[in-house]
Design a protein around this ligand. Structure first.
Ligand SMILES: NC(=O)C1=CN([C@@H]2O[C@H](COP(=O)(O)OP(=O)(O)OC[C@H]3O[C@@H](n4cnc5c(N)ncnc54)[C@H](OP(=O)(O)O)[C@@H]3O)[C@@H](O)[C@H]2O)C=CC1
Ligand SMILES: Nc1nc(=O)c2c([nH]1)NC[C@@H]1CN(c3ccc(C(=O)N[C@@H](CCC(=O)O)C(=O)O)cc3)C=[N+]21
Length: 297
């Protein structure tokens, strides 16, 4: 058996198209474009590429993109001052501070400073609290994108056993909350989990968000399981090559012979993250203007 490939790239493209149409409708009603501000501190080349592609896709969707690149040695006060300015700027509907921040900065404090109305990454205490309580709010992009792929693939998730490997604020924890809200029986595994392969083997749904290249092996999977590979890992370059291969947290070549369906890396969850970021920004824009969020967003 070969697993069905879950085409995140294609799903993300159709989501962006829908967002683009509704962004046009927003502009017509509000008299301005919806706006997303991305803050990048430091010179990390991978992040630079990621931020540039986000900016391009934002503009392609008919939204305004504001990029703020700050030097590596930016002070906490200067970063907080920028967040405050973006909070107060009526042209900005969404604020994303690229993580991780350089070590001397207090990540929690910076994220908590973002206005919950503009928290398109869903990381503020208000957003995480709303998600835990089952109240409407902005949900982190990667978990929401992963959930969209799962529902598209499986329909109802009710009663399924789900294992999330990883418990970060950005991915693992909100992913578990979303699966719980869909009536899955959820297990969260992490670096202290005993007998991880046995835990994973029970799962109908496996979400791997670990940051360890190709860690999850085919022998860990229940045959037919649906596998969402969140990991983005760059392997060291082959001799002569400039860049190493991009791989997930799942050993894809092995796993596709056992899984029922699986996301590839690249072309799986990554493009969904950006598409959902644009979706969240437009949702925030409608709410910030006091307009009803249209059906289908
Ligand atoms: N596709 C996308 O759009 C995105 C991809 N990513 C990628 O997803 C991956 C995870 O990201 P993120 O959640 O931010 O990473 P973090 O490093 O914040 O979290 C990793 C989690 O994995 C757990 N872990 C580490 N090693 C093991 C192990 N050997 N066995 C079991 N669990 C382990 C850690 O456990 P503990 O808590 O005990 O330390 C931790 O909870 C990365 O590869 C990242 O690049 C991230 C965001 C978006
Ligand atoms: N506040 C914050 N929010 C984030 O959501 C966030 C962050 N910080 N820091 C870094 C991680 C990582 N991340 C990715 C998003 C898309 C791709 C993506 O589009 N990947 C493409 C390939 C990209 C390539 O080829 O380099 C793919 O998987 O097909 C990758 C990684 C978001 N993150």
């Amino acid at each position: 058996m070969t697993a069905t490939l879950i085409d995140g790239k294609a799903f993300a493209a159709s989501l962006r198209e829908q967002v683009g149409e509704l962004a046009g409708a927003f502009e017509a009603r509000a008299g301005r474009k919806a706006g997303l501000a991305v803050v990048l501190v430091g010179e990390d080349p991978a992040s630079q590429v990621y931020v540039a592609s986000k900016a391009k896709q934002t503009v392609a969707c008919g939204m305004a993109s504001f990029e703020h690149r700050l030097p590596q040695d930016t002070s906490q006060d200067a970063l907080i001052a920028l967040v405050d300015r973006l909070n107060a700027d009526p042209a900005v509907d969404g604020i994303l501070v690229q993580l991780p921040l350089p070590g001397h900065l207090d990540e929690q404090a910076v994220v908590a400073r973002i206005s919950p109305d503009k928290d398109v990454d869903g990381l503020t205490p208000t957003s995480t609290g709303r998600l835990a309580l089952g109240l409407p709010g902005l949900v982190p992009c990667t978990p929401l994108g992963s959930l969209m792929l799962l529902k598209d693939q499986l329909g109802s998730l009710s009663g399924l056993d789900a294992v999330v490997i990883g418990r970060s604020i950005l991915v693992g924890k909100p992913m578990a909350q979303l699966l719980l809200a869909e009536n899955c029986t959820v297990t969260i595994a992490h670096s202290r989990t005993k007998d991880l392969p046995d835990v994973v083997r029970r799962a109908d749904i496996v979400v791997a968000a670990v940051g360890r290249p190709e860690m999850v092996k085919a022998s860990w999977l229940k045959p037919g399981a649906t596998v969402i590979d969140v990991g983005i890992n760059r392997l060291p370059p082959e001799p002569g090559a400039e860049k190493g291969k991009l791989v997930g947290d799942v050993d894809f070549a092995e796993a596709r012979a056992v899984a029922g369906a699986i996301t590839p890396v690249p072309g799986g969850v990554g493009p969904m993250t950006i598409a959902v970021l644009l979706r969240n920004s437009l949702v925030a824009a409608y709410r910030n203007e006091g307009l009803e969020v249209p059906e289908g967003l």
